[in-house]
Design a protein around this ligand. Structure first.
Ligand SMILES: *Cc1c(COP(=O)(O)O)cnc(C)c1O
Length: 341
């Protein structure tokens, strides 16, 4: 699958001469920088590293991935948007995902005037491979497939990803926002094998940095080059890069918080099983639990009146609610409230 990406790229992007910043044109060290119209005074006066080299070094070591295979976006949402802009010609090319899933693929597709085909997941929230193959043969303009695994809001890992990377001729995006909570390994270590595979990770969930807006694409050098060409030159602020490096270096804190969330999840699940009005507690590989009840709106409103906000997923899967795992104290209050509805 080497050098198989370029023909998938939009014509206008193939022809694009990217913006060349002052830092692109002179990347060395010097005593005096008078090349970027920066203000010579202050603590935040210089433009940040456009390629976030220090932060990539830390992430690369943490995940055991060469830095040349990393791209950092202003949240995963920026990466999703860039992929549409690189690969999908508006009103012509299409993308595909499996519903119910994360809502941003649809919003980003619509913003970019790209049709998103939504294949339903099976009863047990898996991909029907035969149906997918049939669909792909009918729709030759599909350029991107989004697979969210562990899936939001269902919470399960999705199978057959390797198979899809083999037979699909476009780009396979595996959104691993919740992978750090999962018992499965990341697909990031398969990028050597599949140059059309892009694994999207984030520091927003297990790494507890949602406010910093840092999403990471792990993919072939070829796709990284296209992402770098199209991104805004200084998409990640220097302050955010520095804070993320500091937090990432504290591995002990990461592991203990993650373990605490997993312990709390088990505890909530055990208590929810005991409640008679809950019809189903779906198995979760993430930091949330999806439940099915008799009347989701009623439960949602009761909890809201007690000051506890959960997420209704009623529109995606009837009478379901998604509960994020909080602190021990928050979870205790939630369970108490749910026990006396
Ligand atoms: C929360 C979440 C993200 C994170 O997006 P960021 O922009 O990185 O905060 C990405 N994908 C899914 C499926 C999510 O649930």
């Amino acid at each position: 699958m080497k050098n198989s990406i370029q023909h998938l790229v939009r014509e206008n992007i193939q022809k694009l001469t990217p913006y060349s910043s002052a830092r692109d044109e002179f990347g060395g060290s010097a005593d005096i920088f008078l090349d970027a119209n920066e203000n010579p005074y202050g603590n935040y006066n210089r433009y940040p590293d456009p390629y976030q080299r220090e932060l990539k070094k830390v992430l690369g070591e943490l995940w055991n991935i060469p830095t040349e295979n990393l791209f950092i976006g202003n949240g995963s949402d920026e990466i999703i948007d860039l992929l549409f802009r690189i690969f999908c010609t508006p009103h012509k090319d299409k993308a595909l995902t499996f519903s119910p899933t994360y809502g941003m693929y649809k919003v980003s597709a619509q913003i970019n005037a790209v049709e998103l085909i939504e294949e339903p997941l099976t009863e047990d929230f898996q991909i029907d491979i035969e149906k997918l193959k049939e669909r792909l043969s009918q729709e030759p303009t599909i350029k991107l497939i989004f697979i969210c695994s562990p899936n939001n809001p269902t919470g399960n890992n999705i199978d057959h990803i390797e198979q899809i990377c083999s037979f699909f001729k476009g780009i396979v995006v595996v959104d691993e926002a919740y992978i750090d909570f999962s018992s499965k390994d990341s697909w990031a270590n398969k990028i050597e094998k599949f140059s059309n595979l892009l694994v999207s990770r984030t520091l927003s969930k297990a790494y507890a940095m949602a406010s910093l807006r840092l999403g990471i694409a792990v993919t072939s050098k070829e796709i990284i080059n296209w992402l770098n060409k199209v991104k805004p030159p200084y998409n990640i602020s220097q302050v955010n890069q520095e804070i993320a490096i500091k937090i990432l270096k504290d591995k002990e804190s990461f592991n203990s918080k993650k373990q605490e969330i997993l312990n709390q999840k088990k505890k909530i699940e055990n208590e929810l099983f005991k409640l008679s009005y809950i019809e189903k507690v779906y198995p979760s590989e993430a930091n949330f639990i999806l439940i099915k009840v008799k009347d989701a709106d009623f439960i949602y409103n009761c909890l809201m009146e007690k000051g506890i906000i959960i997420r209704s997923r009623n529109k995606q899967i009837s009478n379901t609610l998604r509960i994020t795992v909080g602190t021990a104290k928050e979870n205790e209050k939630l369970l108490k409230a749910m026990q006396i509805l």
